[in-house]
Design a protein. Structure first.
Lengths: 599, 130
């Protein structure tokens, strides 16, 4: 039953029914045909008995015309005793193939009909309808009759004496089983052939059904696979039939429209969108159906989630072998992000352009400021050298300070713009060399206040950076330190490995910073109070430092134990590969090491 | 002994102040307001220390040096470029070898005179062209 259930599940029921029906029809047809054959065989058997009977009579007539019973024996003619004259029935059997019997009264006296034990059935009686016909009604009998328990095709003729009295009978017949044996063999063969054909037919039906099921399963699997692929693609995909009704779509399209696949399939744009929008879509669809090729156009669409998206439609018509459009397929590419990136890219490019303009302007401004400053810068000291009156000398000194301030401001502003306008290429550079370079430039400034500077950074320590910007960074930090360190104070520059970063510190022993100053000290144009009236500062130094450190993807901060207790500026830089840990050398004793630099 | 200095700058006040400084140091100053004027003076036989401004209209400092070299006027001269920070340096490729020093504007009289005296000494050395 399980097998049947499984087969029922796997193959098509209609196909199986058809196969069985055809097999049954074939069997019924064969059966009807066999019936015809059987009837014909019976007719032939009856005809044969008729002929055999005629032959039997002919045989009798050759031996005599009259029958009579004499002394318990049946005599033909004058002397031919028919009792035990088995040669006559045997002769008939030889000639016609029918068995024959001579009855005296209703008793077989000569016969080749055999009993069950194989002996001739001499002495047995005639019974049944043949007896009734012959001995009661005195007529012949034709038809089937049961002889000694076996069915026969028979012919019985009454035998009369000269007075017309029925005194016996002649019988010819064939055993039905013997006569129809050939027919039965054919019947069995045809039955077997029928059965085999029916079995083959049903088997073929089953195999065909299974194959069809397998093909259907394969098609289903492929369709599932295609649907899965389509659903994985984030862009909405759809197809429509020739009437413009959706007949396929993926999940992205369902999300876009806000309807499920079941709600979408079979509907047209006029069912889904506002009339004017639907008309536009329909016109575009009609255009691609009318003209070959791929249709690509940009548009803006409202998604079901309410967002307005920039999209590109790609559509193509589906055509049959004759080129007649059967529908169309379409893909909607969401280019909102691309547009945003493009806009951002344009914005950045504009910003870069703007930065380049500003930088260019600053260069020009710097040049144009420095050019008139050159005579002032050169001539004022010469005039001062020639002047002896203190009042005039004081005025010239103020002029000199103003010129210095303008020069410093121009330089720092230019530095700030330059380092802000572009990201430097970070390459391995020597940190120690950058400090040395800055120290060389700042030596006069540091020396003015007797500040000693100690470079405690290892000579072989390299960082990822721009040598020019790092030098500028240290120059600004040293400039600050020189200004705020204690008179004849000390500045220590050191570096320490912290994780993947190198932490650099510039420590002075000067005025220190309170909490508010610590938070504002990196703002442009911010000056710590005592320096507000110092005409030689611009309040841009630490802002420049902040930009440079940002360019190096590091952090910059200041720490101070409090006013009057010194300040330490920290910043981080990226190390090159795996450098050996830099040594933090805050120890004052390092002033005497070869790497230290005292000013 | 060669004590000739040429200032090439389009700003007349820069030229005048350099003139005053040089005069105070007993230097012989030639003044050129543009690149062509500089070339003209070199064609006229000037040899000495040339203080060359970079940013000048039409023919800038680098163009002038190129012209000097192309015309064979460079030998016997020392060039000190007068520059501001960040001024265009794309044109300097291949010309740096002709520039002995850079001086950032503004400069003090001492800086200027130190530089001029140094390069005049080099020019006047027996092995040098003069």
């Amino acid at each position: 039953m399980k097998f049947l259930d499984a087969a029922r599940d796997k193959i098509s029921i209609p196909l199986l029914i058809s196969a069985v029906t055809v097999a049954v029809v074939m069997m019924v047809g064969n059966h009807l045909m066999l019936d015809q054959i059987h009837e014909e065989a019976v007719r032939q058997a009856n005809r044969q008995q008729e002929n055999s009977m005629m032959a039997f009579w002919e045989l009798m007539n050759r031996r005599g015309r009259n029958f009579h019973i004499d002394n318990g024996r049946m005599i033909l003619g004058d002397y031919y005793v028919l009792n035990d004259a088995n040669e006559l029935p045997d002769k008939i059997f030889c000639i016609t193939g029918s068995r024959a019997t001579i009855f005296m009264g209703d008793t077989r006296v000569a016969t080749n009909v055999l009993k069950e034990d194989g002996t001739r059935a001499i002495g047995t009686k005639l019974t049944g309808p043949a007896y009734d016909a012959v001995f009661r009604e005195g007529i012949r009998y034709r038809g089937e009759a049961n002889i000694l328990g076996a069915p026969y095709f028979t012919a019985y003729d009454p035998v009369r004496d000269v007075n017309g009295k029925v005194i016996g009978a002649l019988f010819v017949g064939v055993k039905q089983s013997e006569y129809l044996a050939r027919y039965d063999r054919i019947n069995v063969k045809i039955g077997v052939i029928n059965g085999v054909l029916a079995a083959i037919f049903v088997l073929c039906a089953v195999i065909l059904g299974l194959n069809r099921k397998r093909a259907e399963a394969e098609i289903k699997r492929q369709l599932n696979f295609q649907q899965q692929i389509m659903d994985t693609i984030p862009s909405p995909i759809f197809s429509k039939d020739a009437q413009g009704r959706y007949n396929l779509c993926n999940k992205a399209f369902q999300s876009y429209v806000g309807l499920s696949s079941d709600q979408l399939i079979g509907r047209s744009v006029f069912d889904l969108w506002q009339p004017d929008l639907a008309r536009k879509y329909h016109e575009m669809d009609q255009e691609i159906i009318d003209a070959p090729g791929i249709q690509i156009y940009e548009s803006q669409v409202n998604y079901a989630d309410g967002s307005l998206r920039d999209v590109i439609f790609h559509k193509a018509a589906l055509r049959d072998d004759e080129g007649v459009a059967q529908g169309l397929v379409g893909v909607i590419l969401d280019i909102t992000e691309r547009k945003t990136v493009e806009q951002e890219s344009r914005r950045i490019e504009a910003q870069k352009h703007h930065s380049r303009m500003i930088e260019s302007l600053m260069i020009q401004l710097n040049h144009d400021l420095n050019t008139p400053l050159t005579p002032l810068f050169a001539l004022i000291p010469m005039i001062r050298a020639k002047v002896s009156e203190p009042g005039v000398e004081r005025m010239l000194e103020i002029c000199q300070q103003c010129v210095n301030q303008i020069q410093g401001l121009a330089g720092k502003a230019f530095d700030l713009v330059r380092i802000s306008s572009s990201q430097p290429r970070l390459i391995p550079v020597s940190l120690c060399a950058a400090v040395e370079s800055a120290l060389n430039e700042m030596a006069p400034v540091l020396a003015q206040r007797g500040v000693i500077c100690c470079n405690a950074i290892r000579a072989d320590l390299q960082v990822l950076g721009s040598a020019e910007q790092l030098t500028l960074l240290f120059k600004n930090l040293l400039s600050n330190a020189a200004r705020y360190a204690a008179q004849n104070g000390k500045v220590i520059i050191s570096a320490e490995m912290k994780g993947n970063e190198i932490e650099v510190s510039v420590q002075d022993d000067g005025i220190g910073l309170d909490h508010e100053q610590l938070s504002r000290v990196f703002d442009e144009f911010y000056k710590v109070d005592p320096a507000r009236h110092d005409l030689n500062t611009q309040g841009l130094g630490l802002a420049i430092c902040r930009r440079i450190v940002a360019n190096h993807e590091g952090r910059l901060w200041a720490e101070s134990p409090g006013a009057g207790r010194g300040t330490t500026m920290f910043f981080t830089l990226k190390q090159v590969g795996h450098q050996p840990p830099a040594i933090a050398e805050d120890d004052v004793s390092q002033e005497t090491t070869p790497e230290s630099n005292q000013i | 002994m060669n004590r000739r200095v040429m200032i090439v700058d389009d700003n007349e006040y820069v030229r005048a102040s350099v003139d005053i400084i040089c005069e105070s140091a007993q230097l012989e100053l030639a003044s050129a307001a543009s690149g062509p004027e500089c070339i003209e003076q070199l064609e006229g036989g000037f040899r000495g220390v040339i203080l060359m401004d970079i940013m000048m209209p039409e023919m800038d400092g680098w163009d002038t040096i190129r012209e000097m070299v192309d015309r064979g006027l460079y030998p016997g001269n020392v060039i000190v470029m007068l520059t501001g920070m960040g001024e265009p340096d794309a044109k300097m490729d291949g010309l740096q070898e002709y520039v002995s020093d850079y001086m950032t504007k503004p400069f003090s009289p001492e800086e200027l005179l130190d530089s001029i005296e140094y390069y005049l000494t080099l020019l006047n050395a027996p092995t040098d062209h003069d």
